[in-house]
Design a protein around this ligand. Sequence first.
Ligand SMILES: C[S@@+](CC[C@H](N)C(=O)[O-])C[C@H]1O[C@@H](n2cnc3c(N)ncnc32)[C@H](O)[C@@H]1O
Length: 203
Amino acid sequence: MKTLDDVQDDNYIPEYANSDELENWIFNNLSEGSKILEFGSGTGTIELAEKYNVTSVEDNEEWLYLAHDSTYIYAPLVNDWYDWQALDILKNETFDLILIDGPSDLTRRTGVFDWFQANPKVFSNAILMIDDNAMESTIELPALFKDAGWEQIHQGLSAPIIEKQNFSQLEPHFGVYVQNHECPECGEEFNRSDDMIECCANL
Ligand SMILES: C[S@@+](CC[C@H](N)C(=O)[O-])C[C@H]1O[C@@H](n2cnc3c(N)ncnc32)[C@H](O)[C@@H]1O
């Protein structure tokens, strides 16, 4: 069984793990047992998997199976993002929260948007968390989701780049986003598609 000793080598960067603020936001806003899909796993996965039903997409074999309670999907990088074929197993699933903290190269993270567009059902009930969302090199991804109708409901630590110019690249920060699903019968809006479907179903 894999242990921390197996990953704490020369490439180990403690700051890569989810920040306490990010983790606490999840603990305070997501009920225990909820389903989380994370892109990019690490030591932070161990704590999440103690409370939640976690599925971890991971491209680096060294980081597979560290959290014994998480379900790992090994998806090597193909054309700059995770192998879509490896993710096929997810296409009929839904999650309560989707956390984007991989691949490790920040400039490769926009690939998740194409996958979202091809698999909207997977995201239909989810809160979206984008780690490192406010760097010059990463602001494209939240902008794509916002253009597609996602609304930002929280900014962790750093203000978005437009309001704060000189923050350190290592300063932890994250954004939280939701979709609005409008009931076609009554116009009420819901963040979870399943709640919208139930809205006027029994009239
Ligand atoms: C930012 S890390 C993801 C960290 C994860 N969200 C966590 O809380 O531990 C992105 C990628 O870097 C690798 N990785 C994870 N933890 C690492 C660490 N402490 N040091 C170096 N690389 C790490 C994995 O391949 C992972 O997919």
